[in-house]
Design a protein around this ligand. Structure first.
Ligand code: PBG
Length: 344
């Protein structure tokens, strides 16, 4: 083949680069690509976060197009539609009226509060679903913090005492999984003991293990009206600059009895997902958070990204990084796309 010494000719006289390893062979058709694919996203990997409030209407969330604060009836409808698409695990986040918010967050363990009622409704209608509840005081706090505030500080051990009352209340309502998102030290152990001593040895703990002090939670705080009342959450949530620190949290949570470990946010923290996966045999979850959802939505609304393609790629990348479980506001939509396209 002319002057280029890399190009020779085969027996048929065709140009031939003498290259034996050709990775493109494993990509030559959709069937071949399907056969060798390493990671597949299915609806059973998803946990679908739902915002709820004690009103008889739904409230749109401006910064999260396509998401709403649901009335309990609408929540149950959303659960049913998702369930039929194979999404069977839900995590509930309540918007609490200001008049019920206190520094101690006592509404968090009101047995007739919105969360216990919502859990009972879902478990009654869909006994085989998994209902997961968030454990932290922020939706219930008049200070807008995850724990009790004294002299401008978020106090660890007193907060844990409140969280234990919260989880027992959630477990009594029928929660299958409790997910402490507060980042207090020692809370997983205390929560495990509180559950076990009330007979709830079968309730699982999905620990927010590596939860970062992230700017990506903005739209979520809009949804719940739970922006910090003062300051920020940097004395309890992790510094985004730190990766190794997640291993300390992972070791503690595992030793204290967590059943699953979570990394949050998701996309900018895939290295942390991988580190936890390589360092723990527990299932790993990643939270594709509100700000990540909002970014994709905003770009797609402008026609700058192809929503279905970019979302399915994103979710697949979570799995490639090591996530077994993905919390995403796209859960129902992605399950619909997976079904429509006959992916599985
Ligand atoms: C509260 C909590 C937050 C999120 C989940 N649980 C917000 C926060 O820590 O301020 C964020 C989820 C999201 O942004 O989608 N404990």
């Amino acid at each position: 083949a002319g002057e280029n010494p890399a190009l020779t000719r085969n027996n048929k006289g065709e140009v031939w680069v003498q290259q034996r390893a050709r990775p493109r062979r494993n990509r030559k058709s959709a069937t071949m690509r399907g056969m060798v694919r390493e990671n597949i996203v299915t609806p059973s990997n998803f946990i679908y976060p739902l915002f709820i409030h004690d009103e008889d209407f739904n409230q749109k969330i401006e910064s999260m197009p396509g998401c709403e604060r649901h009335s309990l009836d609408s929540m149950l409808k959303e659960v049913g539609e998702s369930y039929d698409l194979g999404v069977k695990t839900f995590v509930l986040f309540p918007k609490i009226p200001d008049e019920l918010k206190t520094n101690m967050g006592v509404e968090a363990y009101n047995p007739e509060g919105i969360i216990p009622r919502a859990v009972r409704m879902i478990k009654e209608a869909y006994p085989d679903s998994l209902v997961c509840t968030d454990v932290a005081l922020d939706p219930y706090s008049d200070q807008g913090h995850d724990g009790i505030v004294v002299d401008g500080k978020i106090i660890n051990d007193e907060t844990i005492n409140q969280l234990c009352k919260q989880v027992v209340c959630q477990a009594r309502a029928g929660a299958d999984i409790v997910a402490p998102s507060d980042m207090m030290d020692g809370r997983v152990k205390a929560i495990r003991d509180a559950l076990d001593s009330e007979g709830f040895t079968n309730v699982s703990i999905l620990a927010y293990t590596a939860k970062y002090a992230s700017a990506y939670y903005g739209p979520f705080r809009d949804a719940l009206d739970s922006h910090p009342g003062f300051g920020d959450k940097k004395t309890y949530q992790q510094d985004p600059a730190n990766g190794r620190e997640a291993l300390i949290e992972a070791a503690l949570d595992a030793a204290e009895g967590a059943d699953m470990l979570m990394v949050k946010p998701g996309m900018p923290y895939l290295d942390v997902v991988r580190r936890l996966k390589d360092n723990s045999p527990l299932p790993i979850a990643a939270y594709h958070v509100s700000g990540e959802y909002a970014m994709i939505k905003a770009a797609c609304e402008r026609g700058w990204l192809d929503e279905k393609a970019v979302v399915m790629e994103t979710l697949t990348c979570f799995k490639r990084a090591g996530a077994d479980i993905i919390l995403t506001y796209y859960a129902k939509q992605a399950a619909q796309w997976i079904k429509d396209d006959g992916l599985y």
